[in-house]
Design a protein around this ligand. Structure first.
Ligand code: NAD
Length: 352
């Protein structure tokens, strides 16, 4: 057996039908009694219903969470935290909502309970991205890792079909890069292959029938595993590219991941044959990058960055930024190859 280092993250995970009914008990375990429920404006009604179910345990609902966790929103929410003497944060939503809870926890050390309603996986990570003056910065801190995560499939049933597909492929991207991470290890690799298989099986079913509860539950399980991968090991070219391209051209997060993944993986695959085999096995295909591309097409996800609004002259700009700050990647970063992969993702071509 090859040597490895594995660090387990201290998160209590509850995965069950109707698990939201256990929220009050979990708040009690934390010794808290003045909770703030956090949502986006979109999910305000769901947040209010959850607050009602908590009765006196809930002291406030904050429904201002938004994309990219702007510091101004965090500061606004902090006023409510102070005024209402909040002692626990409950985030109901996707990565944006969980991001706001994490940003508050970073500043206050308050305990967090995350109730994810997308497949983005932020609930399982000690990672926080925040935006200030148009600049997004990312940091890792155990202060932002939620104490408890509650997975309840019913809360994902309303996730629109399109967002389900791209959010699910965003999760697959975490698992793919975990397989060839600098600090990859056999435990996380097992989780990663399982995550890809669970999501690849369930996303096409959800795309054709968003009300399929069994498929939703499998997708949520895959998303949990993929989030655990993202939380445990470092990422590489694919995540860096999405960060660069998404941030520079203001493109939507999950869609950008979905389009870039087959191309970034095609670039890295020759350098990581074992990871490529693992992805192919999980997808049930011979050629892993083309299998990822076919999955995106099958679930009706967007295929080209140009369709998201990235200009053609952005290809060179993105290449420059991607090469500017060197970072670890299993294959050395070469200008010609990186430019070719961004150009293929821009045009929506099948990966080579
Ligand atoms: P999101 O949280 O931005 O949600 C997108 C929209 O879908 C929102 O309007 C939300 O209210 C709505 N929505 C969510 N769940 C719904 C449901 N079940 N039914 C109906 N509407 C629903 O999207 P996301 O993809 O989950 O998160 C993206 C953000 O999370 C990005 O900013 C990304 O950087 C961050 N992220 C962070 C990490 C991390 O580890 N820190 C990991 C993944 C993503």
């Amino acid at each position: 057996m090859d040597a490895f280092v594995y660090t387990g993250l201290p998160i209590r995970v509850i995965f069950a039908d109707g698990a939201r009914d256990r929220l009050a008990g979990e708040i009690g375990r934390l010794g808290a009694s003045r909770v703030m429920v956090i949502t986006t404006p979109n999910q305000k009604t769901d947040g209010e219903a959850l607050a009602t179910s908590l009765g006196d345990l809930c002291a406030a609902v904050y429904s201002g969470a938004t994309m990219h966790t702007p510091v101004a929103v965090t500061e606004d929410a902090m006023v409510v935290v102070g005024r209402e003497k909040i002692d626990c944060l409950v985030a109901l939503g996707g990565g944006s909502t969980i991001g706001l809870a994490k940003a508050i926890a970073l500043r206050t050390d308050l305990p967090q309970i995350a109730i994810p309603t997308t497949y983005a996986g932020s609930e399982m990570t000690p990672i926080l991205g925040q935006t200030e003056n148009g600049l997004k910065t990312t940091q890792r801190s155990m202060k932002v890792l939620p104490e408890i995560v509650i997975y309840d499939v019913d809360l994902t049933m309303s996730l629109p079909a399109g967002l389900s597909s791209t959010s699910g492929i965003n999760a697959i991207a975490h698992a793919v890069e975990a397989l060839y991470a600098e600090d990859a290890n056999p435990i996380i690799s097992v989780l990663a292959e399982q995550a890809i298989a669970a999501l690849a099986r369930s996303l096409p079913v959800i795309a054709s029938d968003p009300a399929d509860r069994a498929a939703r539950s499998n997708a949520q399980y895959g998303a949990f595993l993929a989030g655990a991968c993202l939380g445990s090991v470092g990422m590489a070219l694919h995540h860096k590219l999405c960060h660069t391209i998404g941030g520079t051209f203001d493109l939507p997060h999950a869609e950008t991941h979905t389009i870039v993944l087959p191309h970034a993986f095609a670039y890295n695959a020759p350098a990581v044959p074992k990871a490529a085999e693992s992805v192919a096995r999980a997808l049930g295909v011979d050629h892993a990058p083309r299998g990822l591309f076919a999955l995106a097409r099958q679930v009706g996800a967007p295929r080209a960055l140009r369709d998201l609004g990235m200009p053609e002259d952005g290809i060179d700009k993105a290449t420059d930024i991607a090469l500017k700050n060197p970072y670890w990647n299993p294959r050395p970063l070469e200008r010609t190859g990186i430019r070719a992969l961004i150009a293929a993702a821009w045009a929506g071509e099948e990966p080579g």
